[in-house]
Design a protein around this ligand. Structure first.
Ligand code: SF4
Length: 431
């Protein structure tokens, strides 16, 4: 039985117990959330060394890091190093988006090395294999796509992005819309090209029951992808995006009826004042399904700093109820991220997630900040580093320009913390 079926029967699985423990909530809360579909626990029965992670309402906001090869860079060891860096930096999940080299071997190595849930986008491999075998993506068959999905499930992938909401109707609406940046989802483009060339409906939509049957066998969570996500602020919250969301809402319900866990992916590029509405729309239309946002990026013009652009959008989205943030690295829009880009991307998204968790009232979130404030007041640099989101960076920052006194070199002997204690005789309060 899947986690969803177990939860509906009233059973608390070891995975639910583990999530409850790590979140500091009752196991019954997790069971109810999984049963309602507002919490998912992506945990393929074949992923042996997985530490279960819950995503959804009432839980800590989670962060995903995308790694993977491209057609230009295809080294497996580099990707394994990125996995290590991402997990060390605090990523809760990792997606292998490899499109270069031996894709199945890279995926298997990443799953074997990972204790966090692993996600993939199987249409990438299906499209690339079609180019190798038949000379073009448009020549792949529906069976080719499902064969790759099955291979991903058998390998132990915990969640897969499937662009089931890219329908002929949504494409027609896209054409009528006349977007600035058309479609920026790689998987979405693969499917749209195939659908237009073959004048056929999306097999992932048309044969959705087949997909559900396949993933259910391994308890793979569906991440219903947003192939129509805006890739420009000018295209945000437009008709094709919303049509796809309506379809995804229906597909979430069908997944739940089949006992399959599902979450929903969202934008993309959005101006700040669209973000809350996008979260409310997803939560309403998809009946509380966990919302997995890709950024969102709040401006199009910050290439080189898009981890910041994404963190601003991610904080606002998560504070409004988004559950899962896909990181954005400084390399976004520029090239394949390297290990340092991965680290910076994870940290930026974790800042966004934590800032939102304070507002969401997630257990322990505010206490963490209070403890840090106390350590700052005490000028306890060891404790401050320990409590920092990136302890090493904190240590280095303090050591780089050392002070001759107990304060830091910013104000030196005029340290406000130290002076207030001296002048007012205020004792440092207990944490
Ligand atoms: S020296 Fe200034 S910046 Fe440094 S701890 Fe004291 S008040 Fe803060």
């Amino acid at each position: 039985m899947t986690q969803l079926e177990l939860a509906r029967k009233g059973s608390i699985s070891p995975q639910m117990k583990a999530v409850a423990k790590s979140e500091g909530v009752a196991a019954e809360f997790i069971r109810q959330g999984v049963a309602d579909g507002t919490i998912v626990i992506p945990s393929n029965i074949k992923h042996a060394n997985l530490v279960p992670c819950g995503i959804g309402q009432g839980l800590r906001t989670k962060v995903n890091a995308n790694i993977g090869t491209s057609s230009d860079y295809g080294d497996i060891n580099t990707e394994l190093e990125k996995l290590r860096i991402a997990v060390d930096a605090g990523a809760d999940a990792v997606m292998d988006l490899s499109t270069g080299g031996d894709i199945p071997s890279i995926r298997r190595a990443i799953i074997a090395a990972s204790t966090v849930p692993i996600g993939t986008v199987p249409i990438y491999q299906a499209g690339i294999e079609a180019i190798e075998k038949y000379g073009a993506i448009v020549k792949m068959s529906a069976d080719n796509i499902f064969a790759v999905i099955e291979e991903n499930c058998r390998d132990g992938v915990d969640f897969i992005t499937v662009h089931c909401g890219v329908t002929q109707s949504a494409i027609a609406r896209l054409k009528r819309q006349g977007r600035v940046a058309d479609v920026v989802s790689r998987g979405g483009v693969f499917l749209i090209g195939w659908m237009l060339h073959n004048e056929r409906e999306n097999p992932l939509y048309e044969q959705y029951d087949r997909l559900l049957g396949l993933v259910k066998e391994f308890d793979v969570t569906l991440s219903l992808g947003d192939g129509m996500r805006p890739g420009s602020l000018a295209d945000a919250t437009d008709r094709p995006q919303l049509e796809e969301l309506l379809t995804l809402g229906e597909l979430v319900e069908r997944a739940r009826q089949a006992g399959v866990q599902a979450m929903v992916e969202g934008p993309g590029h959005l101006p700040l004042n669209h973000i809350e509405a996008n979260v409310q729309l997803e939560k309403t239309i998809c009946k509380g399904a966990p919302f997995y946002v890709l950024g969102p990026l709040v401006t199009d013009v910050a290439a080189g700093y898009d981890h910041i652009t994404g963190a601003i959008g991610g904080a606002v989205a998560a504070a409004a109820g988004a559950d899962f943030l896909c990181y954005v690295t400084p390399a976004e829009h520029l090239g394949l991220p390297d290990a340092e880009d991965v680290r910076q991307g994870v940290i930026a998204s974790r800042i966004a997630a934590h800032a939102a968790d304070i507002v969401k009232g997630v257990k322990g979130a505010s206490d963490w900040d209070r403890k840090m404030s106390m350590a700052r007041k005490k000028l306890d640099w060891t404790e401050q580093a320990k409590l920092s989101l990136d302890p090493e960076r904190s240590r280095q920052g303090h050591a780089t320009h050392a002070s001759t006194g107990t304060a830091c070199s910013m104000c030196g002997q005029y340290c406000a913390m130290a002076l207030m204690e001296k002048y007012l005789g205020v004792m440092t309060p207990k944490c």
